[in-house]
Design a protein around this ligand. Structure first.
Ligand SMILES: Nc1nc2c(c(=O)[nH]1)N[C@H]1C(S)=C(S)[C@@H](COP(=O)(O)OP(=O)(O)OC[C@H]3O[C@@H](n4cnc5c(=O)[nH]c(N)nc54)[C@H](O)[C@@H]3O)O[C@H]1N2
Ligand SMILES: Nc1nc2c(c(=O)[nH]1)N[C@H]1C(S)=C(S)[C@@H](COP(=O)(O)OP(=O)(O)OC[C@H]3O[C@@H](n4cnc5c(=O)[nH]c(N)nc54)[C@H](O)[C@@H]3O)O[C@H]1N2
Ligand code: SF4
Ligand SMILES: [Mo]
Length: 706
């Protein structure tokens, strides 16, 4: 008879937030279910979480270190031991440092994953400024805008610790009830809050589920969020719907704001956003007069040529209506006491910036062109490798990223990957990107990891318990500790091993890792209105509506709007040939970015890339539901299946990002057919953050035959 057990853990098939029960038969994980007793997720589980065992035991998964045996792209590999892999890597990196300098090694990472913080720390300790990733288009712009305005990132108070639920919820460019989770918020909890709310406002060009029942659905033109936010500020200021006490006592620059926003009445924003002025007015009134209110914002805010300013405008909306850090509003979580905050969002020191001398910083490949871009600007990064200007990197360690499909300038990335001397990829699978590796390091997934899960969740840390181990996979952090030991980077990585690191994290709680696992979660004790005692963590101690430090850096100290670079307004000539507006990368329920395409239970529910298009537009173009179509921009074309839907405007199409086909032949696995990032090239970036306008481009769509 099989022996069945259940272990409490925390799912990490996405940014992670759900506590789950892992069901085992003997040593084998057979099922995952939501943990009904979890305060973070109350039994919620999405299809990706449920599919975790399929990833764990997937036959294509690489579970031993590999060294390339043929030419790049030949898909010939030899299995090697971890010692061989780490020794080779250490000696190659040491040689590069010795011969050329530490900046000739670069590291890149994907979205927020458990290794976050360790990667930056490793790069800084090694001495290279050349760290890159997707931070300029994801989450970090909102974090930075918050830091420059009020301190930490305000988060919707959907848990009710303060005895009050949000009466008004604004869902601004976020589809969390469909995708399951983002940024450490749980879709199930947002859904629950939406059911309780008196008023719901949705700002989204697509009729997402919450929009169906919303009091206001603002179907704006993609990329114009900044204009809408300014017009809402205008309404609230001119109609005097502000929280006078808060504004008077705790903010700086309201007078300047009230003069500034006079330029932006709803009548100004209407033709830009394509909303009716009275609808903007009505939504602004509802938001300002239904306290407490919160704004669940999402990724489109990060992805525009005006992202930092838009994020600032949305922060100011929250402040002048008195919704900052009040129960049911947008709050600053209190971190659990005694746990070392290693999340870079809670503790910038953990990134290990002190290890990098200024003369190395001066060798940054992008010349630090964008003052608020925390990574080497990816387009400049890849180009520097192709052109060897200012110099050509020699080695790159790609940790948990698939840039060939998740970043723009795909063809240049491909060329760069060919030109590099030494490429290491840490991943679960041989992806199109990993096919360029000289060394492949197999990573453990969450069921194979002990962890104090804390990235993105500032009010709690969750226990994650290792319940399985396939082959020789290793935690990425353990690998970095091992490599740091070989390279003599003790100061940055003082832990004997990975478990020593976990003990260090929990040191202040007096708990061992096993004791922590028994408890499952540690929470901070929530307090509200903390600014009344401590002020805000800004230079003035106030909520900075007007920011002198931004002005000092040549950045607009009050929020402004910039039209995206490729729209019918900014590029009418292009629009003549490419008449449709393309928004990309609305996240898919069944996949996490480029992941999951090989997981059968998920792929079955979404076998092909689907581009959403209005039925009337499709009819005029001779396109039927499910037909193959080309999507073309001046940069290139890709093919997808048309999904006809009247929830999108007639001249807008929405296409998912990061498609590849693991079932097709390596090394490309068909990525050049449908990866939407082939459609983006050089453009005007956000001057402050370097962000790319991935939510607003111009394209045409036409039938591709059967
Ligand atoms: N056009 C367009 N492009 C976009 C977007 C968009 O909206 N539009 N969205 C952008 C956004 S928001 C993001 S965050 C990026 C995401 O970009 P990436 O992070 O590059 O995308 P993923 O496909 O999630 O991750 C890449 C690889 O990481 C591996 N992986 C997963 N977990 C681990 C782990 O714990 N360790 C290791 N070593 N590997 C792991 C996966 O198997 C996968 O192959 O894409 C961006 N790209
Ligand atoms: N299942 C699943 N979950 C995920 C991910 C995943 O790949 N799959 N990725 C994770 C990551 S890294 C991130 S960054 C988050 C992102 O998750 P979210 O913050 O929810 O962002 P998106 O899903 O990119 O887009 C949300 C909504 O924005 C709308 N939208 C498109 N263009 C615009 C625009 O110009 N303005 C406005 N206001 N709305 C627009 C889309 O229609 C979509 O409904 O999700 C995380 N969670
Ligand atoms: S939302 Fe994320 S953490 Fe929750 S079950 Fe899905 S993948 Fe796991
Ligand atoms: Mo992201």
């Amino acid at each position: 008879m099989k022996h069945t057990t259940t272990v409490r853990s925390a799912c990490r098939m996405c940014h992670g937030v759900c506590q789950v029960l892992v069901h085992l038969e003997d040593d084998r994980v057979v099922n995952i279910s939501g943990d009904p007793e979890s305060p973070t997720s109350r039994g919620y589980l999405c299809p990706k979480g449920a599919a975790s065992p399929e990833l764990l035991y997937h036959p294509d998964r690489i579970v031993h270190p590999l060294r390339r045996a043929g030419r790049r792209g030949e898909n010939r590999w030899e299995r090697i031991t971890w010692d061989e892999a780490l020794d080779e890597m250490a000696s190659r990196l040491a040689a590069i440092k010795e011969e050329s300098g530490s900046e000739f090694f670069s590291m890149m990472q994907g979205t927020g994953r458990p290794y976050m913080g360790f990667t930056n720390r490793f790069a800084n300790a090694f001495g290279t400024p050349n760290f890159t990733g997707v931070a300029h288009v994801c989450y970090i712009p909102r974090i930075l805008a918050s830091m420059m305005t009020c301190g930490p990132l305000p988060i919707c108070d959907v848990y009710g610790f303060g005895g009050e639920d949000p009466a008004c919820i604004v869902i601004w460019g976020c589809n969390i009830t469909e995708t399951g989770s983002s940024d450490g918020m749980c879709g199930g909890m947002v859904e629950r809050a939406l059911r309780k709310a008196k008023k719901v406002i949705v700002v989204d060009p697509r009729r997402i589920r919450p929009a169906e029942k919303a009091d206001h659905w603002l179907q704006l033109r993609p990329g114009t969020d900044g204009a809408l936010a300014l017009a809402m500020l205008n309404v609230i200021v001119t109609e005097d719907l502000i929280d006078h006490d808060f504004v008077h006592r705790y903010t700086k620059g309201y007078e300047e704001l009230s003069r500034h926003v006079r330029q932006f009445p709803p009548e100004w924003a209407a033709p830009i956003t394509r909303l009716r002025a009275e609808d903007i007015r009505a939504a602004a009134r509802t938001y300002a007069t239904t306290p407490p209110a919160c704004i669940q914002w999402g990724n489109p805010v990060d992805m525009s040529a005006c992202n930092f300013q838009t994020a600032r405008a949305l922060l100011i909306l929250r402040a002048i209506t008195g919704n900052i850090d009040r129960p049911g509003g947008d709050v600053f979580w209190v971190y659990p006491e005694g746990v070392r905050p290693r999340s870079p969002f809670a503790n910038m020191d953990f990134l290990g910036m002190q290890f990098l001398p200024p003369e190395k910083e001066a060798r940054a490949l992008d010349g630090r062109k964008y003052p608020l871009c925390l990574v080497i600007h990816p387009p400049a990064f890849w180009r520097s490798i192709v052109t060897a200007d200012p110099y050509r990197l020699r080695a790159l360690w790609i940790m948990g990223s698939n840039p060939l499909v998740t970043m723009t300038h795909s063809r240049e990335i491909e060329e760069a990957l060919r030109l590099l001397e030494f490429v290491v990829v840490s991943d679960f699978f041989l992806t199109p990107t990993a096919q360029f590796a000289d060394l492949f390091l197999p990573s453990s997934m969450w069921l194979e990891r002990d962890d104090v899960v804390n990235v993105h969740k500032h009010w709690c840390v969750l226990a994650q318990k290792k319940v399985a181990l396939v082959g020789e996979v290793r935690d990425d952090r353990e690998v970095m500790i091992e490599l740091a030991r070989r390279l003599g980077l003790h100061e940055a990585f003082p832990w004997k091993n990975y478990h020593d690191f976990l003990a260090w994290m929990l040191e202040g709680t007096g708990m061992t890792f096993d004791e922590f696992c028994k408890q499952g979660i540690l929470t901070g004790t929530m307090r509200y209105f903390k600014y009344r005692e401590n002020g805000f963590a800004t230079p003035s101690g106030k909520f900075e509506i007007y920011s002198d430090s931004l002005a000092g850096q040549g950045i607009s100290p009050l929020p402004v709007y910039r039209e995206p670079p490729a729209t019918p307004l900014s590029a009418p000539d292009t629009a003549w040939e490419y008449p449709l507006i393309l928004t990309t990368g609305a996240k898919i329920r069944y996949f996490f970015h480029s992941e999951g395409r090989q997981i059968e239970s998920l792929r079955r529910r979404n076998p092909d890339p689907l581009v959403e298009i209005h039925p009337e537009t499709a009819a005029a173009l001779g396109i039927g539901d499910g037909d193959c179509v080309w999507i073309e921009t001046p940069e290139g074309r890709v093919t997808m299946r048309a999904q006809l839907w009247d929830g999108i405007a007639r001249d807008v199409v929405s296409a998912p990002h990061a498609w590849w086909f693991p079932e097709e032949n390596p090394p490309e696995y068909g990525w050049k057919k449908s990866s939407v990032n082939l459609l983006f090239g050089d453009t005007d970036y956000d001057p402050d953050t370097g962000s790319e306008s991935l939510r607003s481009a111009l394209c045409r769509v036409y039938p591709a035959g059967p």
